[in-house]
Design a protein around this ligand. Sequence first.
Ligand code: ATP
Ligand code: MG
Length: 447
Amino acid sequence: MANNIKRPNGTEDVLPKDIHKWYTVEKIARETAESYGFGELRFPTFENTDLFLRSVGETTDVVQKEMYTVKAKETEFTLRPEGTAGAIRAMLQNGMLNEALPQRIFYIISCFRHERPQAGRLREFHQFGLEMAGSPAPSADAEVISLAKNILDRLGLKNIELHINSIGCPTCRAKYHDALRAYFEPRKDELCDTCKERLVKNPMRLLDCKSPEDREIAKDAPVILDYLCDECSEHFTKLKKYLDNAGIAYTVDPKIVRGLDYYTKTVFEFITTEIGAQGTVCGGGRYDGLIEQLGGQHTPALGFGMGIERLLLVMDKQGCDYLAPKKCDIYFATMGDAALEKAMELSRALREYGYFAEYDLMGRGLKAQMKYANKIGAAFTIVLGDNELEEGKAKLKEMEKGEEVTIYLGDKFAASFEEVYFNKMLDFMDEETGGNGSLFAFTGEDK
Ligand code: ATP
Ligand code: MG
């Protein structure tokens, strides 16, 4: 075993026993986004490296340290470190931005960043993300933020705080950059090498540095909110009003600048303290200049990305409900070849109805088959042998209570099973409401 190949550091396998958790997040996120008019976009896992240099930004951690760039036959590509750049590239290339605005898309994707792996920080991780292009209005910011909040609520998450900030537009940022340079200049020798360079090229990036020393120095740095131009300031005020109207609580956090360069005006994060240091489950904001930067017409836009692994960490921790994992509805225990053939035939019919039916594929004896049925938690079992085939009927057993009913093995088998199955469901509901319904009011008789 020692020489077996292991998965790369910072990647994860999702096993069938856990996949229902992913389905839960994907289903709720997808349905919520659709109810706000977003449609799914699928786009490549890798893009031309330039796309990320031009959008994410050359002075960001993502571009400077975290990109997986591969050379294939002399051409260089980068595995997407995030979704926005590729999504916008696809919208542009397919003419979507010439259609009726706003254009709204969502995606469920894997992303790749060469980071130091730890809980909630992977090298391949997954995002549910979305983008809305075309609207400059603060109502669009409120729409996107409330959509994100809606997903978190519908997943049953508690204690997730919304932090918002405005990082202004190029106009306000010019003055702000001057203020930041003036603040950091006297202590520039104490900064890390990356930040020395950032001070020259893009001082706001200093506020995103992860080094504790630099953070300490940045503690009292001027805040962007004091430098917003009238337009940006009004945009932010309106957004706050819309959030208030919607009853969405938020904290204005002037420290949020986000890790990617393309943001303008609104930036936001949904944060929890329950899963350690990597507590941002969702991050996003407005990027009014990006589409133009990528060769399109000036088109204001915004979006967010949610880290699915981080969401699941919080959901597990908080004991949130997941969609029920798919379980065997009926197991056929068979004795002899003829019985096995009958089980195969009946299973075909059941599967047409959408049931999960199983029979022995291992050549096990009857006792071992029943043990297996118990182990996989089959809801019903049925034993088929020569007697049953001869009489054309068999005992269908509900495993939880051990009740049995006779069921005919003819053409109407699947329909009869369905009735018994629904009676079981009704019985469950009766129990929940304190009733006393009988599981087998109907016996599934073949007429
Ligand atoms: P962080 O500050 O945690 O590094 P970020 O600002 O780099 O996050 P974004 O680029 O905004 O993250 O990505 C959106 C979301 O994707 C994050 O809020 C987080 O939930 C998730 N995410 C980002 N990087 C990782 C990673 N390496 N592993 C797992 N999830 C991640
Ligand atoms: Mg990061």
